[in-house]
Design a protein around this ligand. Structure first.
Ligand SMILES: Cc1cc2nc3c(=O)[nH]c(=O)nc-3n(C[C@H](O)[C@H](O)[C@H](O)COP(=O)(O)OP(=O)(O)OC[C@H]3O[C@@H](n4cnc5c(N)ncnc54)[C@H](O)[C@@H]3O)c2cc1C
Length: 378
């Protein structure tokens, strides 16, 4: 079997490593010129970290990540609303850690080290003809494959080619991500939920990631044109810890990344010999921090299905993959969207209600589907 994986992100590299283990021939194309950019901090829940056991990479993940034991939600005045004991999840289901995206890519790449990877080359076009998929790349070269798996993220070109262009699901919010000198305890994720403003701190062993989120019309690069001081001003209503974090925001946004807080749900994941995986099929907002775990789970199911077939029945395997994965991913996405709505509350009554609810909230009441999925087979 000769499989093309489009995208060397979490899902694409994870899948490449798993296919390699099963003796399934594959290669990867990645449009970025390298995998070096640190990106942001990722939480990997047991659903994701379990996949690393099978790749012999679990120990390395633990070494290069900070254990996620405690999740603190504060209000916009810096008062602690709730401290969730995440260590209980880890004790029951497996390790949960915080890691730089780059470090996780590094770990996955080392597990797939002899899978050919072409950097700086993107998928441009594909066409299914009989039992083959004909592909054209951005450098003008072409290839013919038994199957193509689009692991090319939120704005998947693979998806647009096979299913057409559909708009993202927009929250209207965006987020700046930077590295800060403010140091929360290494095992604690700390967030400040203000009125129409959000600040978060995510520690890893080497750096602490900070994010500042709010409405794009106020906070986006177009609105503040490179001026970090204006971003800080927008958060001036925050006091206490949230204000300390915002004081560490750089004075210019040059070199920083701004992410639109959009996601996407594809109502079909497969078409014949082409399949979607990870954010390409069901993209996640950072709220709930479960997108990377879901991408790795999907990679595990895809590898399992492909290991039980030959070239003739690939389309059938893809259909089974979609049946095993789509509902579970969409339920997790529902949780992530609901959590994002709470985080983005911007009217005084809503903020009041949210803050009171958060004091008594349980993991189940916030992310019921994700919590439930930990105990379910994939
Ligand atoms: C700020 C932020 C914080 C987040 N925090 C968390 C978190 O804490 N925990 C969590 O689980 N998730 C988090 N997420 C979401 C998580 O990053 C994604 O759900 C996850 O990375 C999805 O993996 P993926 O492999 O599907 O896509 P990606 O990791 O996005 O990889 C897609 C890859 O495809 C490549 N590509 C795109 N188009 C082409 C093309 N045409 N040809 C070739 N290559 C192409 C891209 O360059 C990229 O390398 C966060 C996201 C953001 C933006």
């Amino acid at each position: 079997m000769n499989v093309l994986i489009v995208g060397a992100g979490i899902g694409g590299l994870g899948l490449a490593a798993l296919l390699k283990q099963r003796g399934i021939g594959c290669e990867i194309v990645e449009k970025s010129p390298n995998l070096e950019h640190a990106g942001y901090v990722l939480t990997l829940y047991p659903m994701g970290s379990r996949v690393l056991h099978g790749l012999g990479k679990f120990g390395e993940f633990v070494e290069r990540s900070s254990p996620f034991n405690s999740y603190e939600v504060h209000n916009g005045h810096g008062d602690l609303l709730h401290r969730f004991d995440v260590s209980k999840i880890s004790a029951e289901f497996g390790y949960t850690g915080q890691i730089l995206r780059k470090d996780l890519l590094d770990i996955l790449r080392s597990a797939a080290s002899d899978v050919p990877l072409r950097l700086g080359n993107g998928l441009e076009h594909l066409e299914q003809r009989g039992e083959r998929v004909h592909v054209r790349f951005s450098d003008g070269t072409t290839g013919v494959y038994d199957a193509v798996i689009g692991a090319d993220g939120l704005h998947s070109k693979t998806r647009r080619i096979i299913f057409g262009d559909e708009p993202d699901h927009e929250t209207g919010w965006g987020v700046w991500v930077w590295w800060t000198s403010v140091e929360p305890p290494r095992d604690t994720v700390r967030e400040y939920w203000g009125k129409g403003r959000f600040v978060g701190l995510y520690p890893t062993p080497s750096r602490v990631g900070a994010v500042a989120a709010g409405p794009k019309r106020l906070l986006g690069p177009d609105a503040i044109s490179g001026d970090g001081l204006r971003v800080r001003e927008l958060f001036s209503s925050m006091v206490g810890g949230g204000a300390d974090v915002m004081n560490s925001f750089p004075s210019t946004t040059d070199g920083l990344f701004f992410w639109n807080l959009n996601d996407y749900r594809s109502h079909r994941w497969t078409s014949g010999r082409v399949a979607l995986l990870g954010d390409a099929s069901c993209a996640f907002l950072p709220a709930a921090g479960v997108g990377a775990s879901m991408a790795l789970e999907s990679a595990a199911v895809m590898a399992d299905e492909l290991s039980r077939t030959n070239g003739e029945f690939i389309a059938k395997s893809f259909a089974l993959y979609e049946k095993r994965r789509r509902r579970r991913a969409e339920l997790a996405q529902d949780d992530s969207r609901k959590l994002a709505v709470w985080m983005a509350a911007d009217s005084a009554p809503l903020v009041w209600t949210r803050d009171h609810f958060m004091k008594v909230a349980t993991t189940d009441s916030l992310v019921r589907n994700i919590a439930h999925s930990l105990g379910e087979p994939i």
